[in-house]
Design a protein around this ligand. Structure first.
Ligand code: CP
Ligand code: NVA
Length: 317
């Protein structure tokens, strides 16, 4: 059986995502009674080239709850930081580990790791995509709509406000459209969806749609969900001042939220910068489900790991 990876939102079919959501809901409901040990006796590495709070902790806890063992691999103490190739690193760690969770700048590092190694690779965020976040967020919306049922997302309008040329925007385009949602992206023309994602979308069949709308007020009309992310992503720090100036008209404040559908949900992957991309008032409004999102990272990633871990176990049986 071919080793499966989770590098992008379309790596699982629509039907598989539906099953993942059911599994995540089950893990969440029964967390206090234990989880089937899908990663029993498995060791998973976690290699992070960027900072993380939610992703790192939720994977660490999730691997333990599935009966596995995780190793946090500090990039600075790995030979990869002294020039050892990605290919050699991938081949070597594949001899020890059952899977790797990697957060990196360049998406192609994960693709190369997956290609050269022989264990499942999970994308814990790259400059291009953040698929664990999008699966979790979609699950959280479905949960708020009722039964954690993927089908309930079909035709729902999610507006992503701010830096539309970012990993989160790209992931909503690919993941949201794959799951049948209608994704609208609103930000300054300088930060509209970039070539890499547009090229990928040309070659990807999806159930939903995506569209760029420059005017934030026009964009939010009829929105079921209003989503934003930081204006300065990890790696963009040198452009911080220019970005803050250009993106200021796209701040999510109560005035803008009130122009969406009544009762529209507010979401943010976090960390947030109150006063920049979102006001504290919006973060505190009852419409805000930011901490449910954060919690659900654990349940949804456990489901992703369980599927990849079971596949890995079968490979060796
Ligand atoms: N949302 C998210 O991925 O958070 P961390 O950067 O803290 O992992
Ligand atoms: N766009 C943000 C997401 C953080 C979870 C970043 O890449 O820094």
């Amino acid at each position: 059986m071919k080793t499966r990876h989770f590098l992008k939102e379309t790596d699982f079919t629509y039907e598989e995502i539906s099953e993942l959501f059911a599994m995540a809901a089950d893990f969440k409901r029964h967390r206090n009674h234990g989880t089937p040990p899908s990663l029993d006796k498995q060791s998973w590495g976690m290699l992070f080239f960027k900072n993380s709070t939610r992703t790192r902790i939720s994977f660490d806890v999730g691997i333990a709850e599935l009966g596995g063992h995780s190793l946090f691999l500090d990039k600075n103490s790995m030979q990869i930081s002294r020039g050892e190739s990605v290919a050699d690193t991938a081949k070597v760690v594949s001899r020890y580990l059952h899977g790797m969770v990697i957060r990196a700048y360049d998406h192609s590092l994960l693709e190369e790791f997956a290609e050269e190694g022989s264990i499942p690779i999970v994308n814990a965020l790259t400059d291009f995509l953040h698929p664990c976040q999008i699966y979790t967020d979609a699950f959280t919306i479905a949960e708020k709509l009722g039964e954690s049922d993927l089908a309930s997302l079909v035709g729902k309008k999610l507006v992503f406000m701010g830096d539309c040329d970012s990993n989160m925007a790209n992931s909503w385009i690919l993941g949201g459209a794959h799951m049948g949602m209608d994704i609208v992206l609103s930000g300054p023309p300088e930060y509209q969806p970039g070539e890499q994602i547009l090229e990928l979308m040309k070659n990807t069949e999806v159930r939903g749609s995506f569209e760029y709308v420059e005017d934030p007020v026009a964009a939010v009309a009829g929105a079921d969900v209003l989503y934003t992310d930081v204006w300065v992503s990890m790696g963009d720090e040198a452009e911080a001042e220019v970005r803050k100036q250009k993106l200021a008209p796209y701040q999510v404040n109560l005035d803008l939220l009130n122009k969406a559908k009544p009762g529209a949900l507010f979401m943010h992957c976090l960390p947030a910068h109150p006063g920049e991309e979102v006001t504290q008032e919006v973060l505190d409004t009852p419409n805000s489900i930011i901490f449910d999102q954060a919690e659900n990272r654990l349940h949804v990633q456990k489901a992703i790991l369980a599927v990849l871990g079971i596949n890995k176990a079968q490979k060796h049986s």
